[in-house]
Write a protein that binds this ligand. Structure first.
Ligand SMILES: Nc1ncnc2c1ncn2[C@@H]1O[C@H](COP(=O)(O)OP(=O)(O)O)[C@@H](O)[C@H]1O
Ligand SMILES: C[C@@](O)(CCOP(=O)(O)O)CC(=O)O
Length: 328
């Protein structure tokens, strides 16, 4: 029996970092996925995946989440989310030893929630292999637990959006699915610099310790998230875009933008984006832009590709993590 699962990547339209401190965020699942196949194996969990630093890698993981057989410390680290998800699945579903194959349409550490998508897909794949019927809420809780364990500090944003799909407003552990009046075209561009969520969250926490204004910046981010949510529900994409631009400025104030991300954001705006900003933890990773017209979006991709950035047009996806027919 082979199980195929897919989990969407995500972009945050507004609210990253501030959401870690209890302010709201609005995120959207993308029509871009991590796929995992899981099938019962022999005596341990065998994982095959592609990691940016090493290309294709194979690893063995024990029931208690130990990665075996690697000399490189960084590879151990890269596999921590998968190893922790395997341990959780052993504890929660009594998952049998399985072979896992992971294929991601985005590079790891891109700010697109790759860690949450990989974790959700591995958990659901192993629940299915174990014959355990797991609720979405349980998957969301487990993804968040894995993120907390690995990153130290994490909001519920990524766990919620990869589990439920669509547009989601998150505030603390509460969430609400948003039905937008109009569906925008999105473009994602990668700065070609990795973004380490845990490290960036720590850096912002340090800045918050030192500078009193950081709380004020986060409060403003929280306010603009409320306005953005209302504009999204009304189909007022122009206002959504303007608020994304404002959010980008505030993220730059938190020092999570980079020269490459600034260049990308400006290319997006010159190409006619309604709004553009860093998405996710920043310090590298991706920027996201909102377009009204697909031809403008395609032009932005062409310009960014010519500058050496990886960029693609995508759409919101209504689906959260789910099983799919093998081969689909
Ligand atoms: N294809 C993959 N296979 C295994 N682990 C992955 C894969 N993609 C991402 N990850 C894990 O997720 C981590 C990146 O997570 P994070 O820093 O939160 O970035 P992102 O912003 O993309 O979620 C990687 O270091 C790795 O541990
Ligand atoms: C910075 C943060 O708000 C978003 C991180 O997103 P990502 O892991 O970079 O995709 C952290 C969090 O919400 O846990």
């Amino acid at each position: 029996m082979r199980i195929s699962v897919k989990a969407p990547l995500k972009a945050i339209l507004a609210g990253e970092h501030a959401v870690v401190y209890g302010y709201p965020a609005v995120a959207v699942a993308l029509d871009t996925y991590v796929r995992v196949t899981a099938e019962p194996g022999d005596d341990s969990f065998r994982v095959e995946t592609e990691l940016s630093c090493e290309g294709n890698v194979r690893a063995e993981i024990t029931r208690d989440g130990n990665v075996k057989g690697f000399r490189s410390e960084s590879l151990h680290e890269e596999l921590t989310y998968v190893a922790t998800a395997v341990r959780k699945a052993s504890e929660e579903f009594d998952a049998p030893p399985s072979n896992l194959r992971i294929l991601s349409e985005a590079p790891p550490a891109s700010g697109l929630g790759t860690s949450a998508a990989v974790t959700a897909a591995v958990l659901l794949g192993l629940a299915e292999v174990s014959g355990v019927n797991v609720s979405r809420e349980e998957i969301r809780r487990l993804v968040r637990e894995v993120e907390l364990e690995v990153q130290g500090k994490a909001s519920w944003t990524d766990a919620t959006v990869v589990t439920y799909g669509g547009f989601v407003r998150v505030s603390g552990r509460e969430f609400e699915l948003i039905e937008p009046e109009r569906n925008p075209v999105l473009v994602v561009a990668h700065s070609q610099e990795p973004s380490r969520t845990g490290e960036m969250v720590r850096r912002v926490a340090e800045l918050r310790e030192r500078l009193d204004i950081v709380d004020g910046v986060m409060e403003l981010i929280g306010e603009l998230v409320d306005d953005l949510e209302a504009a999204l529900r009304d189909g007022d994409l122009r206002t959504v875009g303007e608020l994304m631009n404002a959010n980008h400025g505030l993220l730059a104030a938190l020092n999570v933008s980079t020269r490459a991300l600034e260049e990308i954001v400006h290319v997006f705006r010159s190409a006619g984006a309604l709004g553009a900003k860093v998405t996710g933890a920043g310090g590298g990773g991706c920027a996201v832009a909102l377009f009204e017209r697909e031809e403008d979006a395609k032009r932005a991709v062409e310009t960014l590709s010519a500058l050496g950035y990886e960029a693609f047009v995508t759409r919101p996806s209504p689906c959260g993590v789910k099983t799919e027919d093998s081969g689909s």
